[in-house]
Design a protein around this ligand. Structure first.
Ligand code: GDD
Ligand code: MN
Length: 400
């Protein structure tokens, strides 16, 4: 393949500009995971449509993440009958968004597209999208929320979740999410020139957000489509995709305005969120142990001391394994682990003292409502705890 090579920042993906004018006009990526039952039908329909539209000048690239149901093998067996079909079997890397970018990286088309591999995206819509691009759009999105669009028979909860995610996106990243009516869409086309050489760093499911957020996208158009029900196989969406979505929004947001503040004050947003989640788990641990010991007839103070210490241990372990994993993995050995744990304990203990002081101060001096005062105290102490633990407990010492 003749394409220009550019240095890629670690952890980022770069789609190259194709410099030798290739014959290929359009590269369509189909990310698949366990779609063996859908593949043959999909490839057949897409091939007919694209043959009519582009003749020989397109490619159809399946990017399969080494599916246990051997989707990639089904693809390989189809290849002799479909000369435009290419199969990429990815091992050692996973995820919908990165699969799409990997596909684009190996592609040669002037226009890059993506469609789901389960026939939930009606293939006929491709034609309208190709027309929109031909008419000059940089990006064309198949949308459920414009004229001619919709969902088949989604329940109330699913609609609310989908719209809720969109609203959250509008709050966190208005300039990006607000540009399209269906930012969750995984069915779109973009001009290579609009994203070439823009480092991408997607997370989770929503590749369109990455394209909108990092690309240099001028005109955007939308085409309505009805999201079909799945006939074969099952959806891969779990709660994980919702978490990834939020983290992805935050990551994109921090690239702009926040990144300046962040550089100044070094606010590690993602780490703080993890720390907060771990803290929440500690509350549950504390409350359960406290409840159990109470049932066993222990006194109030002794129950509380034990339950808080178990919670501290719980929080420490999760933080060590997750929140600060990158740091703790560089401080190997039992001694260092114990040291981190002791420091964590001391900081938490001081945190309790601080909590008491702030609570008393707000309540007695400012006459703030008791529970509100407690909440404020908890918020301040959480930040305090986080900061000192980051700077002290999980400090990276550059000793050999
Ligand atoms: N390579 C690869 N790796 N493909 C994957 C992975 C992965 O980790 N996870 C999912 N896929 C593929 C699936 O096989 C399918 O072809 C496509 O990505 C979409 O996955 P589904 O699990 O079927 O997603 P969905 O139908 O619930 O969700 C879709 O929601 C949007 C509408 O809100 C998204 O995928 C969007 O594309 C869609 O527009
Ligand atoms: Mn699907």
């Amino acid at each position: 393949m003749t394409s220009k090579l550019t240095a890629v920042p670690v952890g980022s993906f770069l789609v190259n500009e194709v410099i030798s004018s290739s014959e290929i006009k359009f590269s369509l990526i189909v990310p698949t995971y366990n779609e063996s039952k859908n593949l043959a039908k999909l490839v057949d329909i897409l091939t007919r449509l694209l043959n009519d539209y582009h003749g020989d000048r397109y490619e159809l690239i399946i990017v399969d993440d080494d599916s246990p149901d051997l989707t990639w093998q089904v693809g390989l067996e189809l290849m002799p009958n479909y000369p435009h079909l290419k199969i990429m079997r990815r091992q050692g890397e996973k995820g919908l968004s990165t699969a799409v970018i990997r596909g684009w990286q190996t592609s040669q088309g002037e226009v890059l597209g993506v469609i789901d591999g389960d026939l939930q995206h009606p293939p006929e819509t491709l034609i309208k999208m190709l027309d929109a691009i031909a008419a000059g759009a940089d990006l064309t999105v198949a949308s459920r929320h414009v004229e001619g669009g919709g969902v088949s028979d989604w329940g109330f909860i699913r609609r609310v979740l989908s719209r809720g995610a969109q609203m959250l996106g509008l709050l966190i990243l208005p300039n990006v999410i607000g540009r399209v009516s269906d930012p969750m869409s995984g069915y779109f086309m973009v001009r290579r020139s609009a994203i070439a050489n823009h480092a991408m760093n997607p997370l989770g499911y929503k590749i369109l957000i990455e394209v909108l957020g990092r690309g240099d996208i001028g005109t955007v158009t939308e085409v309505g489509y009805v999201f079909q029900e799945r006939q074969e196989g099952e959806s891969k969406v779990t709660w994980r995709q919702y978490v990834d979505y939020i983290l992805h929004l935050l990551r994109l947001r921090s690239r702009g305005r926040i990144s300046k503040i962040r550089q100044k004050f070094q606010i590690p947003v993602q780490r703080f969120l993890s720390y907060g989640l771990v803290g929440l788990s500690g509350v549950f641990v504390d409350m359960s142990i406290f409840y159990l010991l109470g049932k066993l007839g222990w006194g109030l103070t002794s129950s509380k001391i034990i339950s808080s210490e178990v919670a501290v241990l719980n929080n420490f372990l999760w933080n060590d394994l997750w929140t600060f994993r990158d740091i703790s993995s560089r401080q190997i050995g039992w001694k260092k682990l114990v040291k981190r744990f002791l420091k964590f304990n001391i900081i938490c203990l001081i945190g309790i003292g601080l909590n008491l002081i702030i609570l008393n101060f707000l309540y007695n001096y400012f006459k703030i409502d008791k529970n509100l005062a407690n909440l404020i105290a908890i918020a301040i102490v959480t930040i305090w705890n986080f900061w000192f633990n980051l700077k002290l407990s999980w400090r990276v010492t550059q000793t050999k």
